[in-house]
Design a protein around this ligand. Structure first.
Ligand SMILES: NC(=O)NCCC[C@H](N)C(=O)O
Length: 406
């Protein structure tokens, strides 16, 4: 198979290229009334958040990663008039305006805009006040949704680029999000995948598609090696979605085993990577509060669905699939139950490895960072007081596109 640009065969190989989204105006559209629906617990201060995000990008750049941004790739794609027009139609379809005539008016208006403005509106939303006033007949929906401020909802979670997509081997999983709040994000990635020269080169398989029925989110996808992928079964990622993805990986790629790690289904740890990440060849960090609750299953190629084998423990399963004599599960929080729970809430376990044994973490998680260092890990700290308010850390905020093979 001809090699494309994308290649991820581990969680820890030197990070060469990564996809980010710099938080923008969409964050300023959060109000207390919509926090829960939009999956936030607090309202970040955008200016400081952007500074923190720029520092995050700077750290990766300094270590040799090329940074790509959603907003730039998407605008590149929309320079083609035909693609731009279709994109606008799809954005409106996804926004459930509910009034067909108004939809037509908004489509015409947006199609006349420049790619950069369309991208900004598609991400930060279209506030009713920002839309030119015009004489038109009110439909029922206009009365019913009179107090609702947007025609197009903002997407404040897009800076968690990990979740809408994941590169596995030479292919891409364009995920199916569990919640309507994040649905449109995957549509953006699908446009980039289908039309951006960086992605559409030969050799890029599509492992999963956002139009599938069963939710699957990227925070639950960990590429442990070229032959083993760990998939979290969580509040967001379904058992059936896992089976479908696993079967495709077995059929078309190099992957021989999928390790399913089932975690408790709860908001505090909505994805596997909020409680468990890989930090070195044989080292992982784990939130001790879930250690006894996780269940592990090994999937291997079956006939129509994968063959399932329950495993005794996470530690043993990791040793076996990675062919290691031992692995270390480093407990976050420095051994104290309360510290561990507090720091997990602030994404202490959501580390991003940029090289074997080198991770990026938030500086606020002092106990966990200390513990990692005591285990020989190089910890690069970033400020995250504002970024953390969306409930995600460095791993959630990055979608690796290319890592050096180990
Ligand atoms: N991989 C991750 O754990 N991503 C964090 C996502 C946080 C976001 N507010 C969400 O609830 O989807």
């Amino acid at each position: 198979m001809e090699k494309g640009f994308l290649n991820i065969t581990s969680e820890i190989g030197n990070l060469k290229a990564v996809l980010l989204h710099r938080p923008g105006k969409e964050l300023e559209r959060l109000t207390p009334g919509y926090l829960e629906e939009l999956l936030f617990d607090d309202i970040p201060w955008l200016k400081r958040m952007q500074e923190e995000h720029d520092d995050f990008a700077k750290v990766m750049k300094a270590r040799g990663s090329k940074i790509y941004y959603y907003e730039t790739l998407l605008a590149d794609v929309l320079r083609d008039e035909h693609i731009k027009n279709q994109f606008v139609v799809d954005v409106i379809k996804n926004s459930h305006v509910g009034n067909i005539e108004l939809e037509k008016i908004i489509i015409e208006y947006l199609q006349g805009e420049r790619p950069e403005s369309i991208v900004e509106i598609a991400i930060s939303g279209l506030h009713k006040e920002d839309f030119p006033k015009m004489e038109r007949e009110f439909h029922l929906v206009d009365y019913v949704k009179y107090d609702y401020p947007f025609y197009i909802n903002p997407l404040p979670n897009l800076y968690f680029t990990r979740d809408p997509g994941a590169v596995i081997g030479q292919g891409l999983s364009v995920n199916k999000m569990k919640t309507p709040a994040r649905d449109r994000e995957t549509m953006f990635l699908s446009y980039i995948y289908r039309h951006h020269p960086l992605f559409k080169e030969k050799g890029t398989s599509l492992w999963y598609d956002y139009q599938e029925h069963y939710p699957m989110e990227g925070g639950d996808i960990l590429v442990l090696s070229d032959e083993v992928v760990a998939l979290g079964c969580s509040e967001r990622t379904t058992a059936r979605g896992i089976e479908i993805l696993a079967q495709r990986l077995f059929a078309k790629g190099k992957v021989k085993k999928v390790l399913v790690i089932q975690i408790p289904f709860t908001r505090a740890y909505m994805h596997l990577d909020t409680v468990f990440t890989m930090v070195d060849h044989d080292k992982f960090t784990i939130y001790p509060g879930v250690e006894n609750a996780v269940r592990v299953y090994e999937l291997t190629q079956g006939v129509t669905t994968p063959k399932v084998t329950p495993k005794e423990s996470l530690e043993k399963a990791l040793m076996e699939v990675l062919h290691l004599p031992a692995v270390q599960l480093i407990q976050s929080g420095g051994g104290d139950e309360i510290t561990a729970a507090r720091e997990q809430w602030n994404d202490s376990t959501n580390t991003l490895a940029i090289a074997p044994g080198t991770v990026i973490t938030y500086n606020r998680n002092e106990a966990t960072n200390d513990t990692l260092r005591k285990h020989g890990i190089e910890v690069i700290e970033i400020e995250g007081s504002e970024l953390v308010r969306g409930r995600g850390g460095p791993r959630c905020m990055s979608m690796p596109l290319l890592r050096e093979e180990l």
